[in-house]
Design a protein around this ligand. Structure first.
Ligand code: HEC
Length: 137
């Protein structure tokens, strides 16, 4: 191979790998479990969805939700979110990985609703001091 050909080949390879890694980042930020941008419209929808789907089990003063459990979404009341700081990502994991009582509610929700509610919970709980995290059991 002559030097110019080698250089051309090297440049082509760099360009190709560059494109792949950009595409990879783009794809991973668009998968179903990734959080969506928080807009005021999604927060309004998220609050409504919270009251419909989450507030029966998880108390949250900002959504006027008392969280007693029951009423068709499952029997167990969940932890109150009045002191917990819950990231959007944790809400999505909790609801879709179906730990502890989300088996019924997740089937009634669209992806849009799951994302809106997760964004809403993150914003509504961001001043709280205790970070929520996934428990082992
Ligand atoms: C039928 C009752 C019920 C409903 C409805 C419900 N949850 Fe839960 N949730 C629970 C229970 C019970 C736990 C505790 C699970 C455990 O400890 O294994 C929990 C745990 C969580 C956690 C983890 C909290 C922590 O401290 O680790 C998050 C986040 C969560 N739920 C979000 C939601 C969201 C968002 C909704 C609405 C889309 C929702 N849940 C609807 C019962 C419910």
């Amino acid at each position: 191979m002559t030097l110019p050909v080698r250089l051309l080949l090297a440049c082509t390879l760099v360009a190709a790998f560059g494109a792949i890694s950009v595409a990879h980042v783009w794809a991973s930020s668009n998968n179903a479990a990734a959080t969506t941008p928080i807009t005021s419209a999604s927060l309004i929808a998220g609050k409504k969805d919270y009251r419909q789907f989450c507030g029966k089990c998880h108390a949250l003063d900002a959504a006027l939700a008392a969280g007693f459990g029951g009423t068709g979404l499952g029997q167990d009341g969940g932890p109150s979110f009045n002191n917990l700081r819950v990231s959007a990502n944790l809400s999505i994991i909790a609801v879709t990985e179906q730990f502890g009582g989300h088996e019924t509610v997740v089937k009634k929700m669209s992806w849009q609703q799951i994302h809106d509610v997760a964004n809403y919970v993150q914003v509504a709980t961001k001043q709280n001091i205790y970070p929520a995290h996934v428990w082992d059991g």
